[in-house]
Design a protein around this ligand. Structure first.
Ligand SMILES: [Zn+2]
Ligand SMILES: [Zn+2]
Length: 379
């Protein structure tokens, strides 16, 4: 049924605090909601890992846990305020889990065990915006303006929700109240959001008329999105605190811009390189030629040596997309495809037949091919 906290973190019973911290970082990263969007199982695991770390990372709690055992203990913590995994949702995929761990135990995420002065506040939701850009935008970066309908901090009250703000008398501004809980193993101190002020720590006596004391209003907001050069389809940009406003005193969520790169009519992309197919004639391939080829920024000259075979790939250095967070550019790779004339005039056909005779291939190419194949097999 319920798993042992040591098992959840995959650490031994005699693990040091450092071991636990390391194990927690690893697991929390693996199951972090930002990296496992929409995965309910990962969300449960994440919760489990946090619950385990909250206990084993605290020396006193750990001692109790070791003494009284899992079943009783896990109920003890769950019943009392518990851990709200939402508290972690604000951390991006690149967040430093070391900080999270430290903050976790210093109470920055809310007063988990009644020891600190953390205030449980709602954080605004993260938002997602899907943005389609061209291959050139992706290659060289661009600025785009987007319009997002969202709750923003109310400008009238500056997000405070109103005037005449009074510190909540029930929780004295802490937003949390302590409760002693009697269990067969002793009295546990637990904390919950203050019922009088819903965890805000204050009460608004004259709510703002514009936002009805909510501290936020729904409106369209225009935002500048800086798209760095070299982004790929599926790249995700984070605009800090441009998500939904959370209400009085709460931090807004973040806005995530998911990029999609439109298909280009000529080029396909491969990493930082772009690929292009160019048709050449039999004569260009035979005699050699200098042809003009399109590039992302215009055109370039490509020299085709005489005797070039169909399917040969030429490389135009540094004509691909810029490298993300790096210097330089990828290349443009051009595959030449030899085109066979589709329709011949009588005169052309006659000349080509003469030419093929000159090559010793006869009027029927199949015959000569089979002849050559035979020769090849006899070798
Ligand atoms: Zn307002
Ligand atoms: Zn209160």
């Amino acid at each position: 049924m319920t798993k042992d906290y040591y098992d959840i973190l995959s650490v031994k019973k005699d693990a040091t605090r450092e071991d636990i911290k390391k194990a927690y970082k690893k697991k929390a990263k693996k199951y972090h909601p930002d990296l496992n969007e929409g995965d309910a199982e990962a969300a449960d695991k994440f919760k489990e890992v946090n619950e385990a770390a909250a206990t084993l990372g605290d020396d006193q709690k750990r001692k109790q846990y070791d003494t009284v055992g899992h079943a009783a203990f896990s109920q003890g913590t769950r019943g009392g305020g518990g851990f709200n995994s939402q508290d972690f949702s604000g951390f991006g995929a690149n967040a430093d889990f070391g900080d999270i761990f430290e903050n976790f135990f210093s109470g920055a995420f809310g007063d988990i065990f009644g020891g600190g002065h953390g205030r449980r506040q709602r954080r605004g939701s993260d938002l997602r915006y899907d943005l389609s850009i061209t291959l050139n935008d992706a290659a060289f970066g661009t600025n785009r303006k987007i319009r997002v309908r969202k709750h923003s901090l109310c400008e009238t009250c500056n997000g405070s929700g109103g005037s005449k703000v009074e510190t909540c008398g029930t929780c004295h501004g802490h937003g949390m109240v302590r409760q002693a809980k009697r269990t067969p193993f002793g009295i546990f101190q637990t904390t919950t959001a203050c019922p009088a002020c819903q965890g805000l720590g204050k009460r608004i006596l004259e709510p703002c008329k514009k936002c009805d004391g909510e501290g936020r209003t729904l409106a369209d907001k225009e935002l500048d999105v800086q798209i760095p050069p070299g982004v790929q389809a599926g790249s995700r940009l984070r605009l800090n605190e441009e998500g939904e406003a959370g209400g009085p005193g709460a931090t807004p969520g973040d806005l995530y811009v998911f990029l999609d790169v439109e298909a280009h009519e000529l080029f396909t992309r491969h990493g930082d390189d772009i690929l292009l197919e160019v048709p050449i004639s039999f004569f260009q391939a035979s005699f050699g030629a200098t042809i003009e080829v399109p590039t992302l920024e215009g055109k370039a000259k490509l020299k085709i040596p005489s005797g070039t075979q169909s399917g040969t790939i030429f490389r135009l250095k540094a004509q691909g997309t810029q490298r993300l967070h790096g210097h330089g550019r990828g290349d443009e790779l051009i595959t030449v495809q030899m085109e066979t004339p589709k329709k011949l005039t009588k005169k052309q056909e006659k000349l080509l037949k003469e030419l093929s005779k000159e090559f010793g291939e006869g009027a029927e190419p199949h015959k000569s091919l089979f002849a050559r194949l035979k020769k090849h097999m006899h070798k």
